[in-house]
Write a protein that binds this ligand. Structure first.
Ligand SMILES: Cc1ncc(COP(=O)(O)O)c(C=O)c1O
Length: 467
């Protein structure tokens, strides 16, 4: 039985949609089970038939159910990726972060139903069946050679990265890459310049390794190069294709100046984290490709285009660091699971990655458009999106917002909205009152509209309405 909660800020059709979707995913509703007619369910729940129809249309569009002419709606076969919910209630510690939000604006949230599970499972099982002996070994510490070969070709094709497979290291996320780089450069370098505002992780990793960390301002052309010159740093961490969080692209003149800066024993860490997701204009080639023999350490990830849960990423080391790498990491073991690496290589070699990417670009372009339209509808001229049409998040500059970041955050949390404060990207964590950091990957266009409506009410002082 479905239960509608009139205190829940989500519209009734979204509640119906979410409850049926959960039952399909958890296997409580079996494939081919027939759903009640819209009229019967509307009568049972005391809502209008249109409300139920809207929920069914959403489920239909996302493939959870299908129709048969004049017979009604039926549950689709989806191969239950999500395990059935445990029967016994488990207690959650009071301090545990909330895991389910009605509206999730996390900037790293992906579309929840687009992981290519059946293809992934096929290759994964194939390797378990055919490559049994591999499970008795650790695998190559630098990453599976077959995957590194696929990566080299892919990076050259899509990002203009030029490297040999001996320069590639498969990692389990940016943190793993940065840990490795910090150990690799220890003794050669001593201070890291990070973008401010910027991704907080590099600051933390390098500080933990004993480096001096110098937050360096970001302008419309990316990292402020004059400030970098006077910082005394010998490593610069940058996101030149889509600056995190502001979304600017570093112009070619600045890229060339930065490469010039990196000569004489200085290093650039180029984090190309979401470069595949551009929705307008031509792709921006990597900085590494501008000078393949230079001191650029290139990092990329599958967290934005496939799944952050897989923990699969990679980096390309400059040839000049390979001897040190081999010496310092002689006894290190691989950081990523071998069956997952094999699966990814097969996935890439059979053309699935590029196909998946094309599909995801379309999905995310639509979501971004839906977010921009919702901002226009509910905030009007009070909100301005800054940065390029790319990635999975936008930064919004607000005009005349009476609430500060902290109050807005408390109200959002209480209204079931997951909203990361922009201030986590400021090196000193100073409040960023006029800015919103909004991820759009995790929500449907309808949820984006509802979430933005509620946010506008929160930001501009009205009590959030419930539907
Ligand atoms: C700037 C930046 N770099 C890298 C990543 C991805 O890191 P990982 O490969 O560890 O998931 C993210 C994820 O949000 C990011 O925002």
């Amino acid at each position: 039985m479905l239960i509608l909660n009139h205190e829940d800020p989500r519209p009734l059709y979204v509640q119906i949609y979410a409850q049926i979707r959960e039952r399909v995913l958890s296997g409580k509703l079996l494939a081919e089970a027939r759903l009640p007619s819209a009229r019967d369910l509307a009568a049972e729940l005391g809502v209008s038939r249109n409300t139920v129809e809207s929920a069914y249309q959403e489920l239909l569009a996302e493939g959870y159910i299908h129709t048969r002419t004049r017979s009604g709606y039926f549950v689709s076969t989806i191969g239950h990726e999500v395990p059935p919910a445990p029967r016994r209630r488990t207690t959650t510690p009071a301090s545990a972060p909330r895991t389910r939000y009605a509206f999730d604006f996390h900037p790293a949230g992906l579309d929840p139903s687009s992981f290519p599970a059946s293809v992934w499972r096929k290759y994964y099982l194939e390797h378990l069946r055919l490559d049994q002996p591999l499970l008795a070994q650790y695998g190559d510490p630098q990453g599976d050679p077959a995957l590194r070969a696929s990566l080299r070709d892919y990076l050259e094709r899509s990002r203009g990265v030029v490297c040999g497979i001996e320069q590639l290291v498969v990692c389990s996320g940016l943190q793993h890459s940065l840990d490795t780089v910090a150990q690799l450069l220890w003794g050669k370098c001593r201070a890291l310049a990070t973008e401010d505002p910027g991704y907080p992780l590099p600051r933390e990793v390098f500080a933990n390794h004993g480096y001096e960390v110098v937050p360096t301002p970001v302008g419309p052309g990316g990292l402020d190069l004059a400030a970098l010159d006077s910082s005394g740093c010998d490593i610069a961490y940058i996101t030149p294709s889509h600056q995190f969080p502001l979304g600017e692209v570093m112009p070619i003149a600045n890229r060339l100046r930065l490469i010039e800066w990196s000569r004489h024993g200085r290093y650039i860490i180029e984090d190309d984290y979401d470069s595949e997701l551009r929705y307008q204009g031509r792709p921006i080639p990597s900085l590494q490709g501008l000078q393949p023999g230079g001191n650029v350490i290139y990092t990329g990830t599958f967290s934005k285009i496939l799944s952050p849960a897989l923990r699969l990423s990679y980096m390309v080391l400059p040839v000049s660091l390979l001897d040190t790498y081999r010496r310092r990491f002689r006894f290190h073991l691989p950081g990523a699971s071998l069956p997952e690496q094999k699966t990814l290589a097969a996935f890439m070699d059979n053309g699935h990655l590029e196909r998946h990417l094309r599909r995801m670009r379309t999905i995310y372009r639509k979501k971004r458009q839906a977010l921009a339209a919702a901002l226009g509808r509910h905030f009007g001229p009070r909100a301005e999106i800054i940065g390029q049409e790319a990635g999975l998040h936008v930064v919004v500059r607000l005009r005349g917002e009476p609430r500060g970041e902290a109050e807005r955050g408390r109200l959002a949390e209480a209204s079931g909205i997951r909203l990361l404060p922009f201030s986590i990207t400021n090196a000193d964590n100073s409040p960023a009152d006029g800015h919103l950091l909004l991820g759009f990957g995790a929500m449907s266009p309808e949820e984006l509209d509802q979430g933005v409506r509620l946010l506008a009410e929160i930001c501009y002082g009205q009590e959030p309405r419930t539907s």
